[in-house]
Design a binder for this molecule. Sequence first.
Ligand SMILES: *Cc1c(COP(=O)(O)O)cnc(C)c1O
Length: 375
Amino acid sequence: MIDFNVPPYIGTEKEYVAQAIDNHKISGDGEFTKKCSEWLEKKTGSPKVLLTTSCTHATEMAALLSNIKPGDEVIMPSYTFVSTADAFVLRGATAVFVDIRPDTMNIDEKLIEGAITKKTKAIVPVHYAGVSCEMDTICDIARRHNLLVIEDAAQGVMSTYKGKALGAIGDFGAYSFHETKNFSMGEGGAILIRNEDLIEPAEIIREKGTNRSKFYRGQIDKYTWVDAGSSYLPSELNAAYLYGQLEKADMITEWRMKCWNRYYEMLTPLSKKGAIELPYVPKECTHNAHMFYIKAKDLDERTRLLKHLKENGVDAVFHYIPLHSAPAGRKFGRFYGTDRYTTVESERLVRLPMFYGLSDENVEKICDTVIRFYS
Ligand SMILES: *Cc1c(COP(=O)(O)O)cnc(C)c1O
């Protein structure tokens, strides 16, 4: 069986984790955490990147820093992972789901303005498959209506929109370093903060409501409880693993891009015949090959295609069940307007294996299996 995902592993991670152990520093905010934050700040141009225990937690921090309160509304796509909504729903907000564009599977920027009410506080674009949402339009709407933009860039590390790193365009960005993402630390993530006035409040929330970060930098001689907070910092063991990956981020991305391009090339004839649809990358975007997906005609054809792939040794999978159709989505959210694309497009989508180390030979085998299904 060709696996759908294999967690990224370069080889240096073991050595770095051992180093953290030998340094007697395995709790958070040591050398490796610092190295990862600095690497990410340099790469993205964000004034501050803080490592977190997950992307979910990075988004929760953004919700806290945005002062999201019960009764507020937050605009997001329904075609996304639960965390996008959870972070705001936990603060008592309502998730307002807006339909997606069928070409990129991202929130349809043209529908956002109509979903805004007096209660709207933020827009949460999700960069599906590491391909950017239409950020100029989204940021312009936010500016005109005085809303915050919180990017769910879980899948967008190393992707850009008009040359700007995803996650560093809005007020906040959230990255994921879960084992299913391009770069990993097992479980983990990062928050990117654009407003420099919010860096200190962010450090406080992340460190149990204390000013311990300032204390570590020698700016104060004892630390104390200054606000309500939680514990959002990952251990050095996880950060050490991640640093091994970040150092080789270009190599990992090149590998994935090579697989992505091979898929695209080999499946283009099928798409030209109208049998399947291939992903679309707008010209403003460079992507990180987080995912390679194809779209079958409908749910029934997709079910048969997935079965055919499994029977032929290929572990392909579908993706999100739209949040507005889930029990919690009905309770904590509402769909704005009509669901023209979210449900039907999600039912057609098939994700093919994609990971660092996937061989050319296997990409070809997978493509041949898809082609045989349609012949
Ligand atoms: C993976 C993912 C998350 C959650 O990431 P964690 O680090 O597991 O919390 C959130 N949003 C999207 C779009 C994701 O793909």
